[in-house]
Design a protein around this ligand. Structure first.
Ligand code: SF4
Length: 61
């Protein structure tokens, strides 16, 4: 996993930040935090991708 991004369409449900709090922060919309260790958080990121109700979290492998 190289990169994770939140594409437009987030409905601010908070699930990703609950699932992977080191990775996502949700204010007006969800964002990936600065300087996130993608590899260390890879499993939690995959869970967040699966749980996002509008499927706007995208992974680049
Ligand atoms: S889980 Fe999806 S919809 Fe919910 S806050 Fe995160 S990116 Fe937005």
């Amino acid at each position: 996993m190289k990169k994770v991004v939140v594409t437009p369409g987030c409905i601010t449900c908070g699930t990703c930040a609950f699932t992977a709090p080191e990775v996502f922060e949700v204010t007006d919309v969800s964002r990936v935090k600065q300087d996130v260790d993608i590899e260390k958080n890879a499993e939690l990121i995959k869970k967040a991708v699966a749980r996002c109700p509008v499927q706007v979290i995208k992974i680049e492998e």
